[in-house]
Ligand binder design. Structure first.
Ligand code: GLY
Ligand code: MN
Ligand code: MN
Length: 433
């Protein structure tokens, strides 16, 4: 649970960094119509959620560093008993002041009337430039109106991207954020283990998907992204989400799934034999991906460049592929030429947080950024072997990924999702019941 005072600290830090004569404008996610009167499930914008803890649409946060009458303003929906009977309770203006720690709150309908006057004395507006073209236009409109009213003398000259300030803050997780991520991880671990136990020859990918969703849902957690439940060759499609084919009796099943808790994501992949027993070639390739993952996880330490764990995975995979006859040549040259990309075409991981592919720069001044305590990353090497004629028969049509969520500590890597079996013998034991 993220407490009100943590949201206040986050806003305070942003106010401090934005500095005097600045205004910060940040909008809630829009509600999206599916068809008719039906909406897609609402998910708050991660940046807005990070700064407010507010889950309603139709809201705009305005921060005004140094403003004497109040620095933190929220425009949101007013209470409305008639609408609330249909759509559920709204926090309303008093709620925004009392429960969210805002200095003042105004009806969202008044945004156009109030905003230009608030810009007076501001020289910079921080906002998510380019994220919502309509809001971009409104901000420019408010500024122009203020300028017109004051014969061009006033109004902020600079429109600055808020992205950098806010996303740097989001990159390092607080104690309570880590707790949320641990909880998302625990539920996702239970879901993945449940799917592993349920899997039997003759089942459909859809039935396995239902096991995952059941476990997420019974904890009140939505999936953090569309689950991938890919039997056999479907694992060769990296973003396979159809999840509707019968599982191949002697093939592997690749699952990539995680839920979110209080907005914080888990992201786990496991690959296991539908029959409950790895074949010889499946096990050999699996052991190689597991070795690559272990080598990579060992690099997730403070002071190591972000790219180091990808490089460790690539080296282990390349050496292994050469041993298995999938690649030929000098190891350093194969890495230099990126020959491994034929079978390993994605990166080994990403930041994890409120977004599954979380925010934050990966490179600074054209150098790989250095890992710091309480960053959280995924480590997810894989191998995807197609059916091409020049590939030895036994490896064809095998797709494997193993993915865990790793927190950088001041010491050893902390694997939040390690409770899902990873070693072949442990997977076989769980599947045997
Ligand atoms: N589930 C998305 C990813 O692994 O990056
Ligand atoms: Mn994943
Ligand atoms: Mn991932």
């Amino acid at each position: 649970m993220i407490r009100t005072d943590e949201f206040a600290r986050r806003r305070a830090r942003l106010i401090d960094e934005a500095g005097e004569h600045a205004m910060v404008v940040l909008a809630a996610a829009p509600q999206t119509l599916r068809n008719g009167d039906s909406h897609y499930p609402y998910r708050q914008d991660s940046d807005f959620l990070y700064l407010t803890g507010f889950h309603e649409p139709e809201a705009v946060l305005v921060l005004l560093p140094g403003r004497e009458q109040g620095e933190r303003l929220l425009f949101c929906r007013e209470r409305n008993p008639e609408r609330e009977r249909w759509d559920g309770p709204r926090l309303g203006l008093d709620g925004a002041r009392e429960q969210l720690g805002m200095d003042d709150a105004f009806p969202i309908e008044d945004l156009d009337d109030i905003l230009p006057a608030l810009m007076e004395g501001c020289s910079r507006i921080y906002h998510m430039v380019g994220k919502d073209p309509v809001l971009d236009q409104r901000i420019i409109g408010w500024r122009n109106r203020l300028r017109a009213e004051h014969k061009g003398q006033k109004g902020p000259g600079e429109l600055v991207s808020l992205e950098h300030l806010l996303h740097e803050q989001r990159l390092i997780k607080s104690r309570d954020e880590i707790r949320c991520m641990q909880k998302a991880a625990r539920i996702s671990v239970a879901a993945m283990t449940r799917a592993m136990r349920a899997c039997k020859p003759g089942m459909n990918e859809a039935e396995i998907t239902a096991e995952l969703l059941h476990e997420f849902q019974r904890h009140g957690c939505p999936p953090a992204y569309l689950p991938i439940v890919a039997g056999g060759d479907n694992a060769l499609i990296l973003h396979y989400i159809e999840n509707n084919r019968v599982l191949p009796e002697n093939g592997l099943l690749l699952i990539d799934a995680g839920c979110e808790y209080q907005g914080y994501a888990a992201d786990i992949s496991r690959t296991f034999p539908v029959s409950g027993r790895f074949s010889g070639p499946q096990r050999e390739l699996y052991e190689l991906v597991l070795a690559a993952q272990n080598a990579a996880i060992d690099q997730v330490r403070p002071g190591r460049p972000f790219e180091a764990y990808h490089e460790a995975a690539v080296r282990t995979l390349t050496e292994g592929m050469k041993d298995l006859g999938l690649l030929n040549g000098d190891i350093d040259q194969l890495i230099e030429d990126q020959s491994y990309r034929r079978f390993y075409m994605h990166k080994t991981g990403h930041w994890l947080g409120l977004d599954v592919h979380d925010v934050g720069d990966y490179r600074i001044d054209d150098q790989s950024r250095v890992l710091e305590k309480n960053m959280v990353v995924t480590v997810e090497p894989g191998l995807y072997i197609g059916h091409d004629d020049d590939i030895p028969e036994q490896w064809r049509g095998i797709g494997i990924r193993i993915e865990d969520d790793i927190r950088v500590t001041s010491d050893a890597p902390d694997n939040l999702t390690e409770a899902v079996p990873r070693k072949p013998e442990d997977i076989e034991a769980v599947m045997a019941g």
